[in-house]
Design a protein around this ligand. Structure first.
Ligand SMILES: [Zn+2]
Length: 193
C-alpha cells in the first residue's frame, strides 16, 4: 500500500481551512475483492478518522475464527458497521460515531483490544474495573503468545468486513442477530488509532 499526501480539505472537527489530508487507497483482499480505505487526518487539531468499504454490494455476515498463534497474521477487514467480539474474554467493540474502519490482521485486532482496555483502565479507577481490565489484558497477552485460544467473532450487518483464512466459519446473520446488533451501544472503542 502506498501512502500519499492526499488532497487537502477543510477539517470537520476544528473547521481549519484546508488543514486536513483526505486520502483514499484501494487494496485487493484475496477471496473478498477490492476494498477502499478512506482516511482524514488534520495537521492542526489532530482529528483522525478512517473507514473501509467493500466496493461490491455485500450481505449481512458473521465470521468466526479460533484465534491461535499461527493465525495472528490472517487478514481482517473491519468496517465501521461491524461488531468485533471475543466472547470468552467478555470484550466487544461495537459500531459507534467514533468507530474506525481498518485493514489489519488478527494480531492487529488484539492490539486494538489491548489499547481499548488500557484506555478503560485510565477512565475507571474503581478496584473491580481495574481488576477485570488486568485479567483481560493478561488473557490478550496469552492469545498473542499462543498460550490461550478463543473465538474472534465479527458481525457486520452491511457485509463490508472480512476475515480471511481456511478455518474461518462464515455465515449470514439471522434476522434476530441483525435486530440485536442494531439495538446495541458502544462499550469499548479506541479512538486514537
Ligand atoms: Zn482540525
Amino acid at each position: 500500500m502506498e501512502e500519499n499526501e492526499g488532497i487537502l480539505i477543510n477539517c470537520p472537527a476544528c473547521n481549519g481551512i484546508k488543514t486536513a489530508h483526505s486520502r483514499i487507497k484501494t487494496e485487493k483482499i484475496p477471496y473478498f475483492g477490492e476494498v477502499m480505505e478512506a482516511s482524514i487526518v488534520c495537521d492542526v487539531c489532530g482529528y483522525k478518522h478512517s473507514d473501509v468499504m467493500a466496493l461490491d454490494q455485500k450481505d449481512p455476515v458473521r465470521y468466526e475464527i479460533k484465534i491461535s498463534k499461527d493465525k495472528l497474521s490472517n487478514r481482517v477487514v473491519r468496517s465501521q458497521s461491524a461488531t468485533v467480539s471475543i466472547p470468552e474474554l467478555g470484550i466487544k467493540v461495537e459500531p459507534g460515531p467514533k468507530s474506525q474502519g481498518y485493514i489489519s490482521n488478527i494480531e492487529g485486532v488484539l492490539n486494538r483490544f489491548q489499547n481499548g482496555v488500557k484506555q478503560a483502565l485510565t477512565l475507571f479507577p474503581e478496584n473491580e474495573a481495574q481488576k477485570n481490565a488486568k485479567i483481560i489484558l493478561e488473557k490478550l497477552d496469552k492469545l498473542l503468545n499462543g498460550e490461550l485460544k478463543a473465538d474472534l467473532i465479527i458481525e457486520d450487518p452491511l457485509g463490508q468486513s472480512n476475515v480471511v483464512g481456511l478455518e474461518v466459519k462464515k455465515r449470514s446473520l439471522s434476522k434476530e442477530e441483525l435486530d440485536n446488533l442494531k439495538n446495541n451501544f458502544t462499550i469499548i472503542d479506541s479512538t486514537d488509532q
